[in-house]
Write a protein that binds this ligand. Sequence first.
Ligand code: GLN
Length: 305
Amino acid sequence: MREMLSETYERYRDVQDGRVADYIPALAEADSGWFGLSLTSATGHRFSFGDAQLPFSIQSISKAFVYALVVQELGHVEVRERIGVNNTGLPFNSVMAIELNGGRTMNPLVNAGALATTSLVPGTTWDEKWDFIHAGLSKFAGHELEIDERVYESEMETNTRNRGIARLLESYGHISLDPMQVTELYTRQCSLLVTAEDLATMGATLADGGDCPITGIDVVDPSVSRDVLSVMATNGMYEASGDWLFEVGMPGKSGVSGGIVTIAPGKGSLATFSPPLDAAGNSVRGIRATRHLSNKLGLNLFAST
Ligand code: GLN
């Protein structure tokens, strides 16, 4: 397996397409050459290659895992009614996606739906809510995750658009907490530091029906994992989710710092890290490497042979 990862690394390491995100100033410092691959099986075996132990902020990938924690608390029906499950066909930070849908969010994996999902996190104070998110994502990863305070501060100084989205949702009555508090919680969850290895473990927890294969801890129920994987399949790569599912054939979730986590249900998870992004905000090397490995390993869920 490690040879297959190293072959994939060599194959795509020289790809020069894409641009490192710079709308969050601290992210612009990333090296465009960073490239890591990691795979964790549902039985807890791990294989890595390249920059798989380099920490980076999780960004949008946190949305899938916070969604899992909220569905675990509130249930399939309530969260589906409040947040939605359909693709917006629009960029991840779209305001039109709210306006065109009568003020409601469309899915939990773009900013509007993620802010609304984070507003549903249990807890009476901001600190309690933060502890819930921090502890929950750490359980998925199998160890306590740290925060990148620089990325957090950098995004807090520049996240006027997310504040606007949260305010707009408030105006429609579709957010259940003070919009500025929600934006702060959401920005903090996006600043949690992970490595490609952590992401592969987090994904393998979903692949294994919610049990972390490294610690054996039951993080969420199998029915919750199933819900998360279906919204990842339809929405995980924003408006490019159709292209992704067509090429890779598995649920995946990307983030602007360059991570992608992909899940083979029942089998395990592959994570990639490479900062240069395409126009939709998905890692260019990550997409190519995952597509290649999906084909090589026969993981496309829609293939009959
Ligand atoms: N924190 C980022 C934002 O809200 C996450 C976006 C992303 O990874 N696509 O803009």
